[in-house]
Design a protein around this ligand. Structure first.
Ligand code: HEC
Length: 147
């Protein structure tokens, strides 16, 4: 009985592998998968809902909301993020508005804290993606703030 079953399994496997060696289309070399754009994906998942798919921030971002809270600023070159050194960008992303400005600030709560949500490496990858959208000269200027 056991032998009979093994024979059946062999037959079934044979049929399966037989199907894969006779493809309907000629075999082609698969293109290499694209390099994973971790920072861009993380941005899309965690930041784009407020800062925009194009990093453009909220419409009329300079005008505060009715309750005094501030709107999401652009993170592209039209915003102010590039005028901040890395330490500030990291702190902002980790601590959010409440962590930066304190709970009583009108801007408080508008930007969520990502500490515990994203790892340090992930925050670095998101910020690298944001910086990659800035022109080279602006990237260099921001880099100088880190010294
Ligand atoms: C729920 C909406 C929301 C989400 C989601 C969000 N932000 Fe923000 N962010 C804001 C708001 C609002 C501000 C402006 C707050 C202020 O000025 O008080 C801001 C400000 C910032 C600033 C400071 C910009 C500057 O010009 O100084 C940075 C940097 C930033 N966000 C990064 C991120 C990153 C990175 C993510 C995703 C990991 C993210 N934000 C997700 C709402 C959001």
């Amino acid at each position: 009985m056991r032998l009979y079953f093994s024979a059946l399994i062999c037959l079934a496997l044979g049929a399966l592998s037989g199907a894969s060696v006779a493809p309907e289309r000629p075999l082609m070399v698969e293109p290499a998968p694209p390099v994973p754009l971790a920072g861009q994906t993380l941005y899309a998942d965690h930041c784009a809902s407020c800062h925009g798919d194009d990093l453009g921030g909220a419409v009329n971002w300079r005008t505060p909301n009715a309750d005094g809270s501030r709107k999401p600023r652009p993170l592209n070159v039209l915003g102010t993020a590039w005028r901040r050194p890395d330490a500030d960008l990291i702190a902002y992303t980790k601590l959010g508005s409440a962590g930066i400005f304190g709970d009583e600030s009108p801007g408080s709560g508008a930007m969520p804290a990502f500490q515990g949500v994203l790892s340090d490496a992930e925050i670095g990858a998101v910020l690298d993606y944001i910086k990659s959208t800035w022109p080279e000269g602006v990237r260099a200027a921001q880099q100088r703030l880190n010294r």
